[in-house]
Ligand binder design. Structure first.
Ligand SMILES: Nc1ncnc2c1ncn2[C@@H]1O[C@H](COP(=O)(O)OP(=O)(O)OP(=O)(O)O)[C@@H](O)[C@H]1O
Length: 241
């Protein structure tokens, strides 16, 4: 199918009287690398919760691969090819690294070659030598890679990577960026929500900046970096931290 892989149309999310998001329109093209930035509390997580199905917005629609998924629960969106990795990895610590991948395969896309698929994904993130180790023994970087692997093993069309690099060293950030860039080369569209500015700038082909639940800029990274409004609401805030 042609057309965008993901469309957010007029989405609004309120918590009681407080409007945390919207109205927001957003289009993600197939294979695109989209960065989402914005100050703390600007609505980025709320948006990806509406996209992945954890939240049901009060207004607007979410379309995935041309299908209206607004009322589709998260596990069914995952089966359709919408995958998400979380900022704080929560692996099954009593299981091996390999078993951690077999669980989502079994839940979302069971197949006879599950183990081969899992091993191929571990290779793609550089964790193959840790396959038989307990997930609880992994380093911080390895946990981030396992979190990505768990999102990738179901063969998504879209990966939402929520702060996949927070707390990592510069070398480790390069490592994760290389993995995400390789993945995107296979045709997966990636949405990167990230506060590490040089990482999101390097990775993204397009960046959307949020402020108080609305998009204030949507452009190429170099245009975003020079945008006076983005500088005022976000880069100014970052340099104060
Ligand atoms: N369940 C909730 N109930 C009430 N308010 C909420 C809820 N979830 C989020 N909010 C509020 O909605 C606003 C947007 O929050 P959100 O977490 O989406 O921001 P964010 O851009 O992801 O922030 P950060 O960069 O710190 O992760 C904030 O004011 C937050 O306090």
């Amino acid at each position: 199918m042609s057309g965008p892989i993901l469309e957010v149309r007029g989405v609004e999310q309120r918590f009681g009287p407080f409007r945390a998001l919207g109205p927001v329109d957003l289009v993600l093209h197939r294979g695109e690398r989209l960065g989402i930035i914005g100050p703390n509390g600007s609505g980025k997580t709320t948006l990806i919760n509406c996209i992945s199905g954890t939240l049901r917005p009060q207004e607007g629609r979410v379309l995935f691969d041309g299908v209206d998924v607004t009322d589709v629960p998260p596990h069914r969106r995952a089966r359709m090819g919408l995958s998400r990795s979380f900022q704080i990895p929560k692996p099954f610590t009593g299981m091996t690294v390999l078993e951690n991948l077999l669980v989502p395969i079994d839940q979302i896309s069971p197949s006879a070659d599950a183990e081969d698929r899992a091993i191929a994904v571990l290779e793609s993130v550089g964790l193959q030598r840790r396959a038989a180790h307990e997930a609880g023994d992994l380093s911080q970087l390895e946990l981030r890679k396992l979190e990505l692997a768990r999102a990738l093993v179901v063969e998504p069309k879209v990966l939402v990577a929520d702060e996949a690099m927070a707390g990592l060293s510069e070398g480790e950030i390069d490592d994760v960026l290389a993995i995400l860039t390789r993945l995107s080369g296979t045709g997966i569209a990636v949405i990167m929500i990230e506060h590490i500015m040089h990482a999101v700038m390097r990775f993204s082909t397009r960046i959307v900046c949020f402020e108080t639940g609305r998009t204030i800029a949507d452009a190429a990274p170099d245009v975003i970096a020079a945008d006076p409004l983005v500088q005022k609401v976000y880069f100014g805030e970052q340099t104060r931290h």
